[in-house]
Design a protein around this ligand. Structure first.
Ligand code: KG4
Ligand code: ZN
Length: 334
């Protein structure tokens, strides 16, 4: 199987996103309707509100993605969709839309794992060489995934508490920034002249797991102490100290994993891959160690349909498809 044009739908959290991708790597259109403004008022994503918003916009976004791609509906090779993990009500909206479209157009339906999508967003940079190691950092996940070959995912480490993006969002909130706070903390950290002294959490010497809740609590304590003393909260120093701690641990563990598993590449992905501090530190370290690092373009780091198409294309190439009674699975494992 050679040429394909896959339409992919991603609605696992708070972005309604549809993309049309040619041959797994050429993005013809990528439409993303963010619900951030709606959820801001609540300080985080409200699942029921997310589902309703997806319902309101999904049909228009599909039409827009097809129009922007400049193709006819019948030129599509398959309809891909995020099967999980994610918010169940949100996933269901994308799943129903994908099934309806696949049925109406008589095209194969391909279910995709959300994290496989984040990982395969690296295909927009170049074809992946195996064995490879992926560092997945998002609002819901912090994982080191070893891939011996295409389609094989071995979870060698994960967070034992907060996901790194979740920790960023909580720290941002404590410093007075709106959801999602990651980009604010990132900017503040890079502008700050000094760094607050905050702990690094390494866990057991040989572990690839992570833990960020202790660090997050240390930040919250520092903020509260300043407030109690009636002083200004040193937001810049706290943001920088927090980011340095997170980045140091992520970089160290990822590099150690690449070496131990003899991976040919390190793939960074997930929403927190947009973090400038992390991108710079990881780039420098990999250069020094002679490790080939790939990071998706900014816009394909956070949730998007194009990454789901990139992952689905690999299943399509192997002539795999899913039945029309495919179930959305909020806990789907890799
Ligand atoms: O992958 P994603 O869009 O959604 C999930 O699947 O979770 O990731 C969203 C997360 C949020 O927690 C957001 O604060 C974080 O990615 N994020 C960042 C940055 N940009 C987005 N965190 C740190 N620095 C950034 N520049
Ligand atoms: Zn995601």
């Amino acid at each position: 199987r050679q040429h394909s044009c896959i339409l992919a739908i991603e609605t696992s959290c708070d972005e309604t996103s549809v993309a049309v991708v040619k041959d797994g790597c050429e993005v013809l259109s990528s439409v993303i309707a963010s619900q951030i403004e709606t959820h801001k008022a609540f300080g985080g994503v409200v699942p029921e509100v997310a589902s309703r918003k997806h319902v309101e916009s999904i049909t228009n976004i599909i039409e827009e993605a097809i129009r922007e791609a400049g193709i006819g509906k019948n030129d599509l090779s398959a309809i891909a969709v995020t099967q999980g993990p994610g918010l169940v009500g949100a996933l269901l909206v994308g799943m129903m839309a994908a099934k309806s479209l696949a049925f109406a157009l008589n095209k194969p339906l391909i279910g995709t794992h959300h994290i496989a999508g984040h990982i395969y967003a690296n295909r927009f940079v170049g074809e992946i060489e195996y064995p490879t190691m992926a560092l997945v950092v998002s609002g819901g996940h912090t994982e080191l995934v070893y891939m011996k070959e295409e389609g094989s995912f071995e979870l060698i480490g994960r967070t034992r508490d907060d996901a790194v993006g979740e920790a960023y969002d909580k720290v941002a909130r404590a410093l007075g920034f709106p959801y999602p706070g990651g980009p604010h903390v990132d900017r503040l950290a890079l502008e700050a002249e000094a760094a607050a002294d905050l702990p690094r959490v390494w866990l057991e010497a040989d572990s690839y797991d992570f833990s960020f809740s202790g660090l997050k609590s240390a930040v919250l304590n520092a903020v509260n102490q300043s407030k109690m003393r009636g002083e200004d909260v040193p937001a810049g120093a706290i943001a920088r100290g927090f980011q340095e701690s997170v980045v140091e641990v992520l970089v160290e563990k990822a590099v150690r994993a690449v070496k131990q598993f003899g991976a040919k590449q390190l793939l960074l992905c997930g929403g927190v891959a947009a973090n400038k501090g992390l991108r710079t530190a990881l780039t420098d370290r990999c250069e020094a160690e002679g490790i080939q690092l790939t990071i998706p373009p900014f816009k394909y780091c956070t949730d998007n349909g194009a990454m789901i198409a990139a992952a689905a294309h690999l299943k399509w190439k192997r002539e795999r498809q899913d039945p029309l009674d495919l179930k959305a699975d909020p806990q789907l494992s890799l």
